[in-house]
Design a protein around this ligand. Structure first.
Ligand SMILES: *[C@@H]1O[C@H](CO)[C@@H](O)[C@H](O)[C@H]1NC(C)=O
Ligand SMILES: *[C@@H]1O[C@H](CO)[C@@H](O)[C@H](O)[C@H]1NC(C)=O
Ligand SMILES: *[C@@H]1O[C@H](CO)[C@@H](O)[C@H](O)[C@H]1NC(C)=O
Ligand SMILES: *[C@@H]1O[C@H](CO)[C@@H](O)[C@H](O)[C@H]1NC(C)=O
Ligand SMILES: *[C@@H]1O[C@H](CO)[C@@H](O)[C@H](O)[C@H]1NC(C)=O
Length: 571
């Protein structure tokens, strides 16, 4: 980027933020907090430090290398250059004095110690060392600039950062409602809640055409349900949809889920100096537009071959194989941070009409957030069994008013998250692998200190607390089990299934794997692609074994559908 452009951005920065004085600031929802800047700074400075170490280059070169690898989209390259321009000289000076990333970030005031609170540590730096380094760095160029722009929280009011900030807010904030693309629930665009989340629309201009609907006039004229089967067989004059699909119990797949179901994933290459290359960040803009979720590879609605390791297997793919009439009929109604209390947002976003659409298999799988929160008094903030009962009944009642008759709902229990600490706490995090200096225990504790820990109960060194969290999770699962036993609904039958963690690990051990390999390496919290693939199969086989009617019969016309319609228009 030309220096003059940097300068221009800088002017915009100063002008844009000074207007925040006149009440403008109140309009900002400030989802991105000071602590996010601190976390972002520590990660970025760690990566820069490790890049310079790995390539035996200067810090300045490493910073330039990182910025040059970032894509233009979402202004990522510009933001990097701007950050390099503002903070670079200080970061370079401090890192060249062998000061670690967290001290750098405290020194340049991107991390701030709250009144009466301790420093937050990712590394093993001593408190005395921190204090001294910070005193020495008291008045840097950066702190002067930060003073001028009235703090970081106003940064998202800059017009050119609006788009990026919005994407980041969508990743971190579970309360933001879904933004359906173009106000239309089905779309021809992949990300931004497009067809990575629910089946691609095959005629975006006609509102009565979308995946999952019952065929209009047997789709003799057009493919009203986007399953790729339409037209009339010239040999006998019978519409193909009638011939191949009528009476085969076609069915959609719907997930009401959290970040695990949406398949949250941060590629470890993004943070691993030894793997960073010019191509590393090419998928960053699309990943941000998908809220860092990858539903297209997930265990419930996955339909594309995984590009994040492993294979893809899913309930949708298996149901599609069983009956090709189900092509494209999937919806991942899931959100990072969702819990039973957010069920209303989820059900509201479901696109299903009792009048026009086919029945669906709905999986309710909120496997942790009812006990996971970042509150200091985490136990008090957990969902109680009474609240759980209330939330889920409310959700089921509204599902009953939305789902076509003959649907099925499967409630999945909460996972036992002690698995995470037990298998990761003494292993090295991707950021700690180069110098063997950051374990998951350190990461969890750093996140806890920043009040950004996604689960203070389980991602904690306190074994008593981890046990209490699991006890609550188990109580909440039994609420779901009881509801499935006692409640009856007109439009669906209702089942309960434990989250099959034990079966997943047993299967993985049989294949020669170890437990830690089932967990997302960057966040140390979510099940990864390997776990998803195992879960899809175990989940499917359980349904097939215990409630086979849910899946319908194998469609005897599958081969003929494939012969006439090939890949049915793909995805
Ligand atoms: C790193 O680079 C410096 C200067 O180019 C050189 O003196 C040094 O030997 C290099 N070290 C390694 C480990 O390559
Ligand atoms: C569709 O299938 C149902 C049940 O198998 C049958 O009763 C009905 O007559 C069929 N309709 C057509 C148009 O084939
Ligand atoms: C996934 O890969 C397999 C084998 O390469 C291929 O046959 C299949 O069509 C791919 N699926 C999708 C959805 O691209
Ligand atoms: C937590 O529960 C496990 C299994 O029930 C038990 O073995 C362990 O002693 C408990 N730990 C603490 C600290 O209470
Ligand atoms: C561990 O957690 C329990 C339950 O929240 C709490 O009572 C106890 O004081 C904690 N122990 C330590 C060492 O912090």
């Amino acid at each position: 980027m030309a220096p003059s452009f940097t300068f221009l951005l800088f002017i915009i920065l100063l002008n844009g933020t000074s207007s925040t004085r006149s009440g403008h600031r109140k309009l900002l929802n400030n989802k991105i907090k000071q602590q996010h800047f601190c976390l972002g700074c520590v990660i970025m400075v760690s990566v820069i430090e490790q890049l310079s170490q790995f390539h035996n280059s200067t810090v300045k070169e490493a910073l330039g290398r990182l910025c040059s690898y970032l894509p233009e989209k979402l202004e990522l390259k510009n933001v990097c250059s701007l950050v390099a321009h503002i903070f670079g000289p200080d970061i370079i000076k401090l890192l060249e004095n062998k000061i670690n990333a967290e001290v750098v970030c405290y020194s340049i005031k991107l991390c701030k110690r709250k009144e009466g609170q301790p420093f937050c540590h990712l590394y093993h730096s001593s408190k005395a060392g921190l204090n001294m380094a910070i005193k020495e760095a008291k008045e840097t160029a950066t702190t002067r600039i930060l003073k001028n722009i009235h703090g970081l929280s106003s940064i998202c009011s800059l017009p050119f950062l609006k788009n990026l900030c919005e994407k980041i807010e969508n990743v971190i904030d579970s309360d933001l409602p879904f933004k359906d693309f173009d106000g239309d629930k089905f779309s021809t665009f992949p990300t931004l809640r497009g067809y990575h989340w629910r089946g691609r629309d095959c005629d975006d201009k006609t509102a009565s055409v979308y995946p999952g609907r019952r065929p209009d006039n047997w789709d003799a004229q057009q493919d009203s349900n986007c399953n790729g089967i339409w037209g009339v067989d010239q040999k006998d004059g019978i519409p193909y949809e009638q011939k191949f699909c009528n009476g085969t119990e076609p069915m959609g797949v719907v997930l009401l889920g959290d970040s695990a179901g949406a398949h949250f994933h941060i590629p470890p290459e993004w943070l691993t100096a030894s793997q960073i290359s010019p191509k590393t960040y090419s998928d960053l803009p699309a990943a941000l537009a998908n809220e860092l979720d990858w539903p297209q590879f997930s265990e419930t609605t996955g339909f594309l071959n995984s590009t994040i390791g492993g294979r893809t297997d899913s309930i949708y793919l298996r149901l599609h194989k069983r009956n090709r009439c189900n092509h494209r009929d999937y919806q991942s109604i899931s959100k990072n941070g969702a819990s039973s209390g957010k069920i209303w947002n989820l059900v509201e976003s479901l696109a299903r009409s009792q009048q026009f659409d086919k029945p669906a298999i709905v999986t309710y799988a909120m496997i942790g957030n009812d006990v996971c929160n970042g509150k200091a008094d985490t136990v008090a903030a957990m969902t109680t069994p009474e609240e759980m009962h209330f939330n889920v009944l409310k959700g089921l009642r509204s599902l009953n008013s939305l789902l076509p008759k003959g649907s099925h709902v499967i409630l999945v229990g909460l996972v036992d998250g002690r698995f995470l600490w037990d298998n990761l706490h003494d292993r090295y995090h991707p950021l700690g692998q180069l110098n063997k200096d950051i374990t998951y225990e350190q990461v969890y504790s750093f996140l806890g200190c920043l009040e950004l820990n996604p689960c203070n109960g389980w991602l904690s060194s306190n074994g008593t607390l981890r046990n209490i969290t699991s006890e609550r999770a188990s109580l909440l699962s039994s609420v779901l089990r009881r509801i499935a036993k006692s409640e009856k609904y007109a439009n669906f039958d209702l089942f309960y299934m434990d989250y099959p963690l034990k079966e997943i690990t047993e299967e993985w051990h049989r294949l020669g794997g170890e437990n830690w390999q089932l967990i997302e390496p960057v966040d140390g919290f979510h099940p990864n692609q390997i776990a998803s693939v195992l879960l899809a199969r175990i989940f499917w086989e359980k349904i097939l074994h215990e409630w086979p009617h849910v899946l319908g019969e194998v469609n005897p016309f599958n081969n003929q559908i494939a012969a006439v319609f090939k890949d049915q228009g793909g995805y």
